[in-house]
Design a protein around this ligand. Structure first.
Ligand code: NAD
Length: 344
């Protein structure tokens, strides 16, 4: 197998996860890290990768086949466009950008130039999520009826020392909910409408600390998401899945998919169904679905290498990621107006 040579632009919190992912993935080599921050230089040294203060210099010196853009959101589009113009494949972190219009512009530019663009919705690379998606698509749960998502956790006090995190530029709807919307779209199906209620009653910042979201899917199922960054709770994918070593793993479930023939809880993949007649008056049987555990950041990086070599199509295209952004960014609007937002 040939090896795809990749540069990393932005080596902060998620940049580290990409370096760990690349270290464990076949077919990818990180050839440089570009980030002016001194902490990024130390990180590059830790992984024995050449460091550059500027991504142009990294391109000139290393000529990568593609690059990961793990910088703040406002840089996603300009940096991606620069790479696309140079014919280099892009893995850009989520959200693809801040607005639907810019997301579409970027997706179109990649398509027009025929340069691969992959967006970093890493959960789609988790075998647990992929197994759940297959089960829903193959009708193993019967017809999907509902999905219940709990995304309740407690962000430590020091997190809010940075003023912008107490404003509407942050908040759990913008920062965390996008993962749940993408998961619902990928596993359960496209979203038809959203309604929402948001509250700042506990932290009393300008931005919400808690929200409840109700979604109707195009296949007729309904879904709810309960979201809070001020709940002393283990019930969230980040803490239950063990995907990210920053969050100590708990053994609870956070996602519940219910169908006419059975129900599936995640991340455990516990399956509940009846033998014989379905009735709440009869015992329901508990079973387990097999799935090979894997680090989604490693799998995402293996996939990016294959995308660069044109062996695989991007699992999350720019157009796809923009659909996730569109639903996510309408949720505050739905909470403020008190009315449903519908999608085509
Ligand atoms: N997929 C996920 O699970 C996940 C998790 C966290 C963050 N993210 C996304 O990743 C991106 C970065 O988030 P983070 O939490 O790592 O932020 P961060 O602040 O920890 O890191 C960002 C890094 O970008 C660097 N940077 C800024 N301007 C730069 C430039 N011009 N050239 C090179 N480097 C530059 C900064 O010095 C910093 O080290 C955001 O878009 C965020 O939404 C994704």
């Amino acid at each position: 197998m040939s090896v795809s040579r990749v540069g990393l632009i932005g080596a902060g919190a998620i940049g580290r996860a990409h370096l760990v992912g690349a270290a464990g993935a076949q077919g990818v080599e990180i050839v440089g890290v570009a980030d002016p921050n001194p902490a990024a230089r130390a990180l590059a040294e830790e992984f024995s990768v050449p460091w550059f203060a500027d991504h142009q210099e990294m391109f000139d010196k290393t000529s990568p086949d593609g690059a990961i853009i793990a910088t703040p959101n406002a840089l996603h589009v300009p940096m991606s466009l620069e790479l696309i113009a140079a014919g280099k494949a892009v893995l850009v972190e989520k959200p693809i950008t801040d607005t639907v219009e810019e997301g579409l512009r970027l997706a179109q530019a990649a398509s027009d130039a025929d340069v691969p663009l992959l967006v970093g919705h890493h959960r789609r690379h988790n075998p647990i999520i992929r197994t759940a998606r297959s089960m829903v698509q193959e009708g193993k749960l019967g017809r999907l009826v509902s999905a219940t998502v709990l995304a309740t956790f407690f962000k430590h006090d020091a997190y809010f020392n940075e003023a912008w995190r107490r404003t509407k530029a942050a908040g759990p709807i913008l920062i965390n909910l996008i993962h749940e919307i993408d998961l619902l779209r990928f596993v359960c199906g496209e979203i038809e409408s959203v309604q929402a209620v948001a509250s700042n009653a506990i932290r009393e910042f300008d931005v919400e600390d808690t929200a409840a979201v109700v979604l109707r899917l195009k296949n007729g199922a309904v879904a709810t998401i309960t979201l809070s960054d001020t709940a002393a709770s283990p019930f969230s994918w980040d803490t239950s899945s063990g995907e990210n070593a920053s969050f100590p793993k708990t053994s609870v479930e956070s996602h519940f998919l219910c169908g006419t023939e059975g129900s599936l809880a995640l991340p455990t993949l516990r399956l509940w169904s009846y033998e014989g007649e379905r009735s709440w008056l009869r015992p329901i049987q508990e079973g387990a679905v097999e799935s090979q555990a894997a680090n989604p950041y490693i799998e995402q990086m293996r996939h990016f290498g294959a995308v660069i070599r044109r062996e695989e199509e991007p699992l999350v295209s720019g157009f796809d990621a923009t659909k996730t952004l569109r639903v996510t960014s309408s949720i505050r609007q739905a909470a403020q107006s008190g009315t449903a937002v519908h999608f085509d």
